[in-house]
Design a protein around this ligand. Structure first.
Ligand code: GDP
Ligand code: ZN
Length: 379
């Protein structure tokens, strides 16, 4: 952390703004987005050189770091003696709710310069962000800096990336063993999303009290072999809940899963006061002018947060390019480069290494079926 107010000068060179976009998920594209954001730096920044193809500018009092996605983040200087660290629990219109380590809550606005770094998102600060803010009394504050993000869950619509939540440690994929019937293909969809966002997935199969757990062994084995943790639990009997709680404590977890599988029951079994806190937050939200909340973090008594996003709970495959799908499936990925045709879809081609692997049992047939369904967009 920057302890003193040190002035750094960074000279950045960026490509011209409208150069045509490469496909989604491409690093060039991400870099371009960052460049676009920097293009909107406040007019007080010094600008040097404004050629046809490149623009250079010097940002004083900032450092540029490369983030996880290969993009760049500008870290603005701040006066540490006046500031505190916190985590954004939710964003409301132009302000956001920030929680400090000790659980204090501040309603914060965002420093103008930080806002101007952003062009692609509607709001520069996202739920989950770790921020440095300056308290201004009366529970208010000003966000001075956003720390580099990891575990970003976002969706792209009309070529724009919308960040839903950041700094997510894990995606809890909750399914039920019965009532509703277990849908492994749905688990596979969530797994693909987790792989794409590079967020660790945790598979939880609830309502284990309704079946003979031995029946699930083959399925659990397939996921286990791929390195995915699987938890067999019952919110009703408490079976496996303690083990799951240990996995959740101190981390930021996004909850996903079809309605009726027992997400609410499971979260309540993990933290009995969670329901109260969710109700508190929604009451508070109704009071505010901006009732639309994209994502919200709910603090767990024992540390960590659950990310609640009504839209995410049942999310479908977002932004997955069919050609990238096989590479996002851990068991299929090792074979894709051995197919005869480099653009093999692994559906109908001759000499397909993926189909060969399915034929001799190296790839689970049900997983391959799941791949075909997702590839063809069947539901
Ligand atoms: P959500 O829609 O995913 O939040 O699911 P809920 O938590 O509302 O649960 C849906 C239904 O499943 C409720 O009637 C719960 O009582 C029931 N349920 C939840 N967990 C279990 C469980 O482990 N075993 C059984 N038998 N029923 C459960
Ligand atoms: Zn193939």
């Amino acid at each position: 952390m920057a302890s003193k107010k040190q002035k750094h000068k960074i000279r950045t060179q960026f490509r011209k703004k409208h150069q045509g976009r490469s496909k989604t998920g491409d690093l060039t594209r991400e870099f371009q987005d960052q460049a676009d954001r920097l293009d909107k730096l406040a007019p007080t920044e010094r600008i040097s050189g404004k050629g046809e193809l490149t623009r250079k500018r010097t940002v004083i009092g900032a450092e540029l770091t490369e983030d996880q996605s290969g993009g760049f983040t500008v870290l603005l200087d701040y006066d540490s003696s006046l500031c505190r660290q916190g985590r954004v629990l939710r964003v409301h219109g132009l302000s956001c709710v920030v929680e400090t380590e000790d659980g204090s809550i501040f309603r914060c606005a965002t420093r103008q310069l930080l806002k101007s770094l952003n062009t692609e998102q509607r709001h520069v600060v996202a739920a989950g962000d770790l921020v440095i803010f300056r308290p201004e009394g009366d529970g208010q504050g000003m966000i001075e800096r956003i720390e580099p993000r990891y575990g970003v869950l976002s969706r792209t619509s009309r070529g724009r990336q919308h960040v839903i939540v950041t700094n997510v440690d894990q995606l809890l994929i909750i399914a039920s063993a019965a009532e509703p019937v277990l849908k492994p293909n749905l688990i596979d969809r969530f797994l693909v999303t987790a792989e794409q966002s590079r967020i660790t997935p945790i598979i939880c199969i609830n309502k284990i009290d309704l079946i003979d757990p031995a029946d699930l062994q083959p399925l659990v084995g397939v996921y286990g072999q791929m390195g995915y943790p699987v938890y067999l639990v019952s919110a009703a009997t408490g079976l496996g809940v303690e083990r799951l709680r240990r996995r959740i404590v101190g981390r930021q977890s996004v909850v996903s899963g079809q309605s009726g599988v027992g997400k609410t029951s499971l979260l309540n079994a993990i933290d009995p006061d969670l329901k109260l806190r969710v109700q508190e937050v929604s009451r508070e939200n109704q009071k505010g002018k901006h009732t639309t909340t994209t994502a919200q973090l709910i603090r767990l008594q024992s540390g960590g947060h659950i990310v609640d996003t009504p839209g995410i709970r049942q999310f479908q495959l977002w932004d997955i390019i069919p050609a990238e799908l096989a590479g996002l499936m851990r068991d299929i990925r090792p074979y894709v480069n051995a197919c005869r045709y480099p653009d093999c879809t692994h559906i109908h081609e001759m000499d397909c290494a993926v189909k060969d692997a399915v034929a001799d049992g190296r790839v689970d047939a049900r997983r391959y079926e799941s791949y075909c369904q997702m590839f063809l967009g069947d539901d």
